[in-house]
Structure formats: C-alpha cells, structure tokens
Unconditional design. Sequence first.
Length: 443
Amino acid sequence: MAEPLAAIVGRPNVGKSTLFNRLTETRNAIVFDTPGVTRDRLFGTVEWGGRTFSIVDTGGLVPRSAERFERAIREQVGLAMEEADVVLLVTDVTTGITVLEHEIARMLRRADTPVIVAANKADNAARRLDAAAFYGLGLGEVFPVSSINGMGTGEFLDAVIATLPGTKAAAENERLPRVAVIGRPNVGKSLLCNALAGQQRSVVTSMAGTTRDAVDTKLTHNGVELTLVDTAGLRRQARVKENVEFYSALRTQRAMESCDVAILLLDSSVGLESQDIKVLKDAEELGKGLVIGFNKWDLVKKVTNTARDMEHRVRDRLPTLEHVPVMFVSAKTRQRIFRLLELALSVAEERKQRIGTAALNTVLREAARAHHPATYRGRNIQLKYGTQIQTDPPVIAIFCNFPDGIANPYRRYLEKRFRTAFGFDGVPLRIVFRAKSAERHGT
Ligand code: GDP
Ligand code: GDP
C-alpha cells in the first residue's frame, strides 16, 4: 500500500515551499522535471509520530504571474482534493484572508477530503494571535505555524497524522505480490487493468478515506493471488496538460515504491519516451522487478515494424536493462495480456530467489578465471568469496582485497555471469564489494 498523501495548496508567497522543506527537511524530496513548468514541483516523505506519509507541494501548478491565475488555483485545489487524503491549506498571517482564499475555502468545504489550515509566518507570539482570523474560512481547526523557525509545526503534524487512514486493510494484502501497471497517460493502463481484472474487479483497499491515487485490485490468475495496482485513476479532465502529467508522475512514483514488480506499459506506435526512461531508472534504483509491455500492438503495421526491431530500439537505449523481459500486447483485443501478467509474476518470483553460497562461488570462480579483474594500483585483485546477503531485491556481496579497485565494467561482467547462471530476469541485481573477511560479513 502506498503511503497516504497530503497535498499542500495555497496562493503564491504564503510559504508553501518553505513549509514543505521544513516538514520533509528535504530528505527524500524528489524534484520532478516536468517540462514547461516555472518551478520545481516537489514530492517528499514526512515522518512524524511513528507514521510516514507522502507530501506534495502543488505550488508549481500555479504560475506566479499568469492571466489565468484564478483558474490555475482552482485547478490546483481541485486536483489536490481528488488525489490527496488530506489537504493542507497554507495561508499567511501577515496578510489575513484574501478573496482568493475565500474562493479556495468554498471549494474545499464541498469536498470529503479533510482539510487542515496552516496560518503560516506566525513567527512570534503576537503573530500567533493573528492566526485566529483564519477560522473565518469555515474549514475547522487553524494551526499557527512558522515555516521559518519551526514554531507550531509539531501540533500541526499531530493534526495531520490524526486524519490519515489506518493501515490495517493494507497489512492483509501485504504478502501477495504487488504488480503495478505504470506508464504515461493514454498508453492503455486502465484498459489493461480492467481487462486483467475482468469480473474480479473488486476494490480491496477501500479503507475509509483511503488514498485515491492507486486502486488496488486483488485478483487470482491460475490459482495465484496477486494485487494489481492501477495508477490510471486520474479521470478528471485537467485543462493544463502539465498538471495531468505531474499527477501521473506522482502516481507512478508512489505506485512504484509500493510494488514488487512494475509493468511499464508503452504505446507501440510511440515507443519509449524520456519519462519512461526515468521511470525505468527509478525502478532499477528502487530494486523493483520490471517488465515492459508494448501495448496497442493491434494498431502496429507489422510489415514495417517487427517486434524484434522495436525491441532492439528499446534495448539500444537501455543497455543496462538487457535482462528486462518485453511482451507485445493489446489491451483492446486482449492479445497476450495474461502472458504479460504471468511474466510479471515470474519476475516477482525471481526477485525472491536465493542463491546457495556454493553455487554462487562456483560461478564466481569460473567468471574470475575466464576474465580476471584489472590490476588496481599495480596490485592483483583477488575475489575471495561471494554470498547473497539479501533477497527481494537481491544483493550479492563479494569479498575481496581491494573493493574500491573494481571498475564498473567488471561489476557488469560479473552481473552478466550471475544472470546467465541464475536468471534474475527483470530484477535489478546489486553487487557490492567488501573488504571484510567472509566470516564477519552481514553489514
Ligand atoms: P510559496 O510561493 O507559497 O511556496 O512561498 P515560499 O515558500 O516561496 O515563501 C514566500 C516567502 O515567504 C519567502 O520569502 C519566504 O522566505 C517567506 N516565508 C515562508 N515561510 C515563512 C515564515 O514562516 N515566516 C516568515 N517570516 N516568512 C516566511
Ligand atoms: P491510460 O491513460 O493509460 O489509462 O489509458 P486508457 O486505458 O484510458 O487508454 C487510452 C486510449 O487508448 C483509450 O481510448 C483506449 O481505448 C485506447 N487503447 C488502450 N489500449 C489499447 C489497445 O491495445 N489497442 C487500441 N487500439 N487502443 C487501445
């Protein structure tokens, strides 16, 4: 289950991004590189009172000086209400309530999403008193905070945590493999998920006030139970294209963090785009299993575009992802969609694979004999011993005399040998080099 999501909204200059930075202390903050936006849009993680939630600063959705300013604000707030579990409205005690904030409040009062008001820039006792004015918004409790010096942010966070949905239902589904369908808007994620889930489509994580972003569907295929994470929920027609892309990137990020295997869906007639490459890299970094699905295969003129050509074009751009399986599917005609799902499930199994130490060392020895690592500062590197120190995702530690002396190409060579011997298709395989003796490994 993805973490609950809090969205920061408010007019420009009230201190949204300062508050965001204070709450996340910029740990884990992810800057989205969305083309055509005037400011970085941020997504991060907040830990407080034993809970963790995701937070997004939607400030970037509103250009600071645009003619269509009010419309942009309305869209920002509308999207936040739909996407988030709790909306954090940030206001400024030094200016009081503005006309625009009355309008925002009107929208927020109509929503089911809980709203918490932060009266920001309450840097001292006198200014804290001014916060009371914001009860005039009719949105419930107001928290004076200072994003600059941190005053009041503790009480504010307590209130945020109190609104978050519980995690009981999520725990029940925890052990099932989680397969997320990700990809750019319009590649066919919804259609695919609906086709895969078919009659079984029953939304499982309908905890009260639960996250609206990714819909979890529990399904059984050939006796295997799994949770399908559909990231395609954004159905509202946002007028600003960037907003749709922003939230779709946000969904993707969150679904990916919570899954075991991601199916990256592409539109066969479009192919791989830069956002897809970023997603693939993120998945690799997060240690998630990966499968690529070329969708809308029914639309491709097979004479000019063979599957092999298309696969080559993708592989050429992603040499480190050679091991990721691909499949050509049509969500519309349902061609091979269940084979795609089976592929994802087999990747989930591969990710849990544990290689016995003896077998691993046999491969390591043979690999080193066939191709020795280059010398390091005139010294021979000796690979002493290897062991898999983690599964799900897998990590292999190799103990040697000069761990810093192993160059990346050699690491990739070993990875290839391990993959040839043990599979791990679609699974990022981390190999780390350690100096410690084998007896004292484990860190
Ligand atoms: P945003 O447009 O809502 O994201 O606003 P910013 O975070 O960029 O802040 C706008 C201005 O308000 C900046 O000059 C900040 O330094 C200032 N500011 C933000 N929070 C506080 C605060 O708690 N106290 C004071 N005094 N100034 C603040
Ligand atoms: P999403 O935004 O990724 O969820 O994409 P949708 O599932 O909403 O699909 C976007 C559009 O592509 C819709 O009009 C679908 O009918 C169409 N579409 C999806 N998959 C296929 C496919 O395999 N073949 C064809 N011809 N059209 C498809």
